[in-house]
Ligand binder design. Structure first.
Ligand SMILES: [Zn+2]
Length: 48
């Protein structure tokens, strides 16, 4: 699982990814950048 890290300014492997559902019904994955420890989040593409 990779997510864009604002601090590294590039995609980094995500540490401790957790799937969350937002208020608008979208599914996202939250975690932390495995390089610098900044919180990262990435949206999942709808499969349907
Ligand atoms: Zn980072």
């Amino acid at each position: 699982m990779e997510a864009y890290c604002l601090k590294c300014k590039k995609k980094q492997p995500m540490k401790d990814p957790k799937e969350v559902t937002l208020k608008n019904g979208r599914t996202a994955t939250k975690g932390t950048c495995s390089v610098c420890g900044t919180k990262t989040m990435t949206f999942k593409k709808m499969s349907s």
